[in-house]
Design a protein around this ligand. Structure first.
Ligand SMILES: [Fe+2]
Length: 367
């Protein structure tokens, strides 16, 4: 009998170790901060077999603990719950840095609960998220599916989960800060390109904004929108390698000069390929002058051989070039630009994208 019990206990422990291992793998694979928060709560409530769970992080700007992901809580609770450090149970866990564990809130003397109030949660565990002894938030779970109270052992398991979660959050926030530094450098690069050519000042910024809005219209995911916007900002970065006398020529280029300027996508590709962070921007920078019919440059890619991001930027780039003033030709009106896009649909531009773009552009009064 004793052996069977021991075996069962061992099986349970093995299961917990497996669950924790899966938790680590899954959370390390998260791409974005929001996705990571959601995963932490989902996995925690699964492992702990609870109906309710929430992850609260400290927002230093507001001096408040806020729910960044939850399960089993109403939208209203999520939106309205924000605690000052020290306030409520989570606030206390945050300040003191120690877990609070309660079997039955109505019977627990530490909490002055009123008997006539119905609590959605009787038993709960709140553990701090610690990174190098600094508390960054609180992980809460309530209401076991089995309706039994939590045990001390479960509190220990949740503490292990919280330690892992805190470390992963910290790593991702660090990466985010690095990413922000890169974005800043992209914006500086974009300015350098734009300011060299006073005639097209603001072009990269406008193309980026337009590509982002068009990308949203195409229902592209958040990551793709991020790539699209930032790659658009530096799509012409290769122009830094083109001599001023060609780049700034106020009238039409001769064939030789055109050949030189056509090198800018390849130069751009070489420049950005050096940094791992720009890896996803390369197809856009390298192929934004390819044509749908294969008559573009640098490779003469055809149709869907051209990466989607490059096909999108190609339309936005042309739209901005047509509708903003250039020294060697007049600015086109919105109607004239629409006509041009239609004319080159299936020749220069992806026809199915043009279709969506035209609907989008006609709806927007300010474009
Ligand atoms: Fe270009």
């Amino acid at each position: 009998m004793k052996e069977i019990k021991l075996q069962r206990r061992l099986d349970e422990l093995v299961k917990i170790i497996e669950d924790l291992h899966r938790f680590n793998i899954l959370t390390y694979q998260a791409n974005r901060v929001k996705e990571l928060y959601k995963l932490i709560v989902e996995q925690t409530t699964n492992i702990m077999k609870t109906k309710i769970g929430s992850l609260m992080l400290y927002n230093p700007k507001k001096n408040r603990l806020e729910i960044v992901a939850s399960r089993g809580l109403s939208k209203e609770v999520v939106k309205t719950t924000s605690l000052l450090p020290g306030e409520g149970i989570a606030g206390r866990v945050f300040v003191e840095g120690d877990a609070i564990f309660c079997e039955d809130i109505e019977k627990d003397r530490r909490f002055k609960r009123k008997s006539h109030v119905k609590y959605y949660s009787k038993s709960f565990i709140s553990v701090p998220l610690k990174v190098r002894n600094k508390v960054i938030g609180v992980l809460n779970i309530n209401n076991k599916k089995s309706r039994k109270p939590f045990t001390v052992e479960e509190m220990k398991i949740l503490t292990v989960i919280a330690d892992e979660a805190a470390m992963t959050i910290e790593n991702m926030q660090l990466l985010k800060r690095i990413e922000e530094a890169y974005i800043e450098s992209i914006q500086t690069l974009a300015k350098v390109v734009d300011e060299r050519m006073p005639s097209t000042r603001g072009h990269s910024r406008r193309v980026a904004e337009l590509a982002f809005r068009f990308g949203r219209e195409l229902e592209l995911d958040e990551r793709f929108l991020f790539i699209l916007k930032n790659a658009a900002l530096i799509h012409d970065i290769g122009k830094i390698g083109i001599p001023d006398k060609i780049l700034l020529k106020p009238y039409k280029l001769n064939p030789k000069e055109r050949k030189i300027i056509q090198k800018h996508p390849a130069i751009g590709e070489t420049v950005i390929s050096r940094a791992e962070f720009f890896k996803d921007f390369v197809p856009i920078v390298a192929f934004h002058h390819e044509w749908w019919n294969g008559k573009g440059y640098p490779l003469g890619l055809k149709g869907e051989q051209i990466p989607l991001g490059a096909r999108i930027i190609s339309i936005c780039d042309a739209w901005d070039a047509m509708t903003s003033s250039r020294p060697y030709r007049a600015t086109l009106s919105k109607q004239e630009a629409i006509k041009e896009l239609k004319k080159y649909s299936g020749i220069q531009f992806d026809p199915s994208l043009v279709k969506v773009f035209l609907k989008f552009i006609q709806r927007k009064k300010n474009l």
